[in-house]
Ligand binder design. Structure first.
Ligand code: FAD
Length: 459
């Protein structure tokens, strides 16, 4: 392939890759940008897949933002789907690409390369995926396969292995389809990074909706007969299943990077500087293949989330186009809908805070989402995690049927701006009976915490 000037190659076409391509091209229309994606689809809402499987979203096209053709036309970048990058040759500034359409290999030259190769679903035994009814939920093609399987085979019993946020979302999705759902989870309660009170509320909620939760259980094997899985075996029992979903978390795709000695961190993700440059010249990395900094603990974390991938993609795109944008890290703001609940967490958990050396002070309250006199108000549980020395908020959990998730965003901003509990208690939050009570749950929690801090003698 002939070498062009300002040639940008991007590996990965879901969130970080397309965001970077679009941003770079917008900033510098003269760039020659090519995006390689090994799958069939690009630029889709991975996060909407549970709702597609649950049939809340009917068509998979509705969660695709850009088809390859539309992206090429509107963003002016070349998109090559079914093209897997198999090698990076940094000394020659080339990549080797396997065209999966015709099984041919070609070398392409770059001036700047972005690795936005994302993550893969963790699968303890790849053989299990050969069974016709065992799935992961990572790519759009996985979700389409699960939905087709339900339509064609009419399964009754679904077992989800893993009780993290995707396990919870899929439990809800399958319940929407009126299937019997069992979740097997290693720990005693679902969603390990949440506070124990929040975990207990989540567990009650899934049980209330008929989901069987088998905690403190580890999968040993999946029994497969005649090409289909029949049951899941844990150390304690065997659970019959017509459909099995592995929701055991993600691991960063770093093989290409490791092969050329790009530095990776203790969670296995690519390490970059704040400009998203790797340690190899002309190579950037962004999204779920990287580790990022938690700005509360100042420690690296692995947090493969869609909003972060998009943001990193933009920053990498700007820098590839000659800019100097910085990615400073994250507070860690997450939320998940679990049936009727909004479950949100920001910053550090109390366990992480203690492990990071903070003198942790906790305040937990329940208050109402809006004025009780106005119909439909619901309790919101708020737990604040405070650094007792600086009196700054460093983490929080919020759970409730209404108004929990967006309140977590307010606390995320407070944490990011290093606000003390007193400053949070003084925040000017809105009040109107149908939307919020005169004392917002955040203010109630912060006022309680402020009183506690005033009394507390810390050594
Ligand atoms: C079911 C589900 C629900 C989710 N819900 C949420 C949510 O509610 N909120 C949230 O913030 N996040 C959510 N996420 C996470 C979010 O979707 C991911 O973090 C995000 O997609 C990461 O984007 P990315 O572009 O970095 O990586 P990926 O989405 O992993 O995309 C990387 C792409 O690179 C391709 N690729 C890899 N290697 C190569 C190669 N060598 N050659 C060519 N192509 C390659 C892969 O095929 C893949 O398509 C969810 C994820 C899942 C699976």
């Amino acid at each position: 392939m002939k070498r062009a000037s300002h040639r940008i190659l991007i590996i990965g076409g879901v969130a970080a890759g397309p965001a970077a391509a679009a941003k770079a091209k917008r900033l510098n229309p003269n760039l020659d940008i090519t995006l390689f994606e090994q799958g069939e689809f690009i630029s889709y809402g991975t996060c909407s897949m549970p709702y597609y499987v649950g049939d809340v979203i009917k068509n998979h096209e509705d969660i695709i933002t850009f088809s390859p053709e539309k992206f090429e036309k509107e963003k002016g970048c070349v998109v090559k789907t079914k093209h897997r990058v198999v090698e990076i040759k940094p000394h020659r500034r080339r990549i080797v690409v396997h065209n999966l359409h015709d099984d041919k290999f070609e070398e392409c030259e770059y001036d700047q390369l972005l690795i936005a190769a994302g993550a893969s679903a963790r699968v303890p035994n790849k053989e299990w995926l050969k069974a016709s009814n065992v799935f992961t939920i990572k790519h759009l093609s996985d979700s389409i396969a699960v939905k087709n399987y339900i339509a064609q085979k009419n399964p009754r019993k679904v077992t989800i292995i893993g009780g993290g946020y995707i396990g919870m979302e899929m439990a809800e999705a399958f319940s929407e389809r009126h299937l019997d759902v069992t979740v097997i989870h290693k720990a005693g309660h679902p969603m390990n990074t949440l506070e124990s009170e929040t975990q207990a509320i989540v567990l009650d909620e899934i049980k209330r909706h008929g989901v069987q939760f088998i905690g403190s259980s580890e999968i040993q094997t999946i029994a497969i007969e005649g090409g289909a899985a029949k049951s899941v075996k844990t150390q304690h029992q065997s659970i019959e299943a017509d459909l099995i979903v592995l929701a055991l978390g993600f691991e960063p795709n770093t093989e290409l990077a490791k092969n050329i000695k790009i530095r990776c961190g203790r969670f296995g993700g690519i390490l970059t500087d704040q400009f998203l440059r790797t340690n190899i010249e002309h190579i950037y990395a962004a999204g779920a293949c990287t580790e990022i900094k938690n700005i509360v603990s100042n420690k690296p974390i692995y947090l493969p989330l869609g909003n972060i991938a998009n943001k990193m993609g933009w920053i990498a795109g700007e820098n590839i186009a000659g800019g100097h944008a910085e990615f400073r890290g994250v507070v860690r703001t997450t939320a998940v809908k679990v049936f009727d609940l909004e479950v949100a967490s920001v910053g550090l958990s109390s366990v992480e805070a203690e492990a990071s050396g903070f003198k942790v002070v906790i305040e937990s309250i329940r208050a109402y989402s809006h004025s009780r006199a106005y119909p439909g108000s619901k309790p919101v549980f708020v737990k604040l995690i405070i650094d007792g020395l600086s009196k700054r908020l460093i983490g929080a959990n919020l759970v409730g049927e209404k108004g929990a998730a967006l309140r977590a965003d307010v606390l995320s901003v407070a944490i990011q701006n290093k606000m003390t509990i007193r400053q949070i208690a003084e925040m000017d939050l809105m009040y109107t009976p149908p939307l919020a009570p005169v004392w917002d749950p955040i203010l109630v929690a912060a006022n309680q915490a402020a009183k506690k801090l005033d009394k507390k003698i810390l050594n």
